[in-house]
Design a protein around this ligand. Structure first.
Ligand SMILES: [Fe+2]
Length: 398
């Protein structure tokens, strides 16, 4: 088990209809609020109206910024930061999925940040030594997509408008003060987004689970429980999308999959996310879908470097009989079953199915190394991956 520190101060309120408490809860944090949400908000109009009404009824001054796009832009946060400073906003509220919640965090920290906003970001192409934010306005989130766990972690991702680079920031001041998880807000989520959200949440555990050799049984069992629940719940919720009980399970499982509780005492590598981010950036494919594309191929390429965890995956996650067949047969069968599960969610697991040209695989590897590679151009993994390894994984995914 590795040394670790763990702290998570996020207050969670979970339950159907709990979003109605928003105004009263935010009033305890300040007297003015900025509500942040999507640029195209027709599908959220009723919810945003309800949110603003709840806030103004509780006596808050309310401003809104409905300009967030998928792969949120720094310029959107900068505009909102100006507004926060001019109007002396006390609390920033993100109502939406990961893009919205992340933007709300960047705005809240940016309002108190003295440097150029881009300087707070890690993983930039220029390898700038970032200056993390140390304080932020209180952040409140109301997730409408059960995927990223932004509602209970201290990370945010944004894209620089002119450099077209996607980078992340993580700092303790970015933990929301409060997140309200209301499953009523998920019942209209379309099947594709539901599937992508499940694949993303699952991958947050799978990356850590397959990339560790440390003796940390509690964490492995914790991740197995989360993955089992996501696999079971995702199939149920696609058949019964308006079932509030199932949506509540879906939301909380996604939240705990990446709220930091899976990782204490483990190594953290995210090779599948590395490739997935590059595919998203180059071909505008939903984040969760890129993980579905990468997971089976990555597993087939890497299992020999950590057979113990892959065997455990076959036995304890895919619930297979592991008493017959060779180790390799048991592992490969489990990966095949896992791929079938993803396909049954409606997600392609081959790049060719999404018409990504084969001659672009090299470009995906270059982008991955450029953004996430270390000084030796290696990507963190149980056995570090070089450019050739990445290319092989992409070829297996084609
Ligand atoms: Fe993710």
């Amino acid at each position: 088990m590795r040394k670790f520190e763990y702290h998570n101060p996020v207050r969670i309120i979970s339950g159907a209809g709990e979003v109605e408490r928003l105004g009263k809860e935010v009033a305890a944090l300040g007297s003015s609020a900025l509500v942040v949400s999507y640029e195209s908000y027709d599908f959220m109009q009723e919810l945003l109206h309800q949110v603003c009404k709840s806030l103004s009824t509780a006596g808050l001054k309310v401003d809104t910024l409905y300009k967030v796009v998928a792969n949120p832009l720094i310029s959107t946060a900068e505009e909102a930061i100006e507004l926060c400073r001019n109007k002396k906003i006390d609390v920033v509220i993100g109502v939406g999925g990961g893009s919205v919640m992340d933007t709300a965090k960047i705005i809240a920290a940016g309002a108190k940040y003295k440097d150029d906003l881009w300087n707070m970001f890690y993983s930039r192409h220029d390898k700038f030594d970032n200056i993390p934010p140390t304080e932020a306005l209180p952040i409140v989130t109301v997730p409408t997509l059960p995927a990223t766990s932004s509602e209970m972690n201290c990370a945010a991702v944004a894209t620089h408008d002119t450099l077209a680079e996607k980078a992340y920031v993580a700092a303790p001041c970015l933990y929301p003060a409060l997140s309200i998880l209301d499953p009523n807000l998920l019942v209209t989520l379309p099947a594709y987004q539901t599937a992508c959200a499940s694949a993303d949440a699952l991958s947050h555990c799978l990356e850590v689970y397959l990339n560790n050799t440390v003796n940390n049984p509690l964490q492995y069992r914790h991740m197995e429980a989360i993955m089992l629940t996501i696999i079971e719940n995702s199939q149920q919720v696609l058949k019964d999308p308006t079932n509030v009980e199932l949506r509540g399970i879906q939301q909380w499982t996604a939240t705990v999959a990446w709220n930091g509780m899976t990782v204490p005492g483990t190594d953290g590598f995210f090779p599948m996310h590395t490739l997935g981010h590059s595919i998203s950036a180059l071909f505008n494919i939903a984040h969760g879908h890129t993980l579905a594309l990468m997971m089976p191929a990555y597993m087939r390429y890497n299992y020999q470097h950590n057979t113990e965890r892959y065997f455990a995956f076959a036995k304890d996650v895919m619930a297979n009989d592991t008493n017959s067949g060779s180790l390799e047969e048991i592992i490969l069968k489990a990966i095949d079953q896992f791929e079938t599960y993803l396909n049954n969610l409606g997600l392609a697991t081959k790049l060719s199915q999404l018409s990504i040209p084969k001659d672009q695989l090299e470009k995906i590897t270059q982008e991955s190394i450029k953004v996430y590679g270390d000084a030796d151009e290696l990507i963190g993994n149980v056995k570090p991956l070089n450019k050739t390894d990445l290319l092989r994984i992409l070829e297996l995914a084609y």
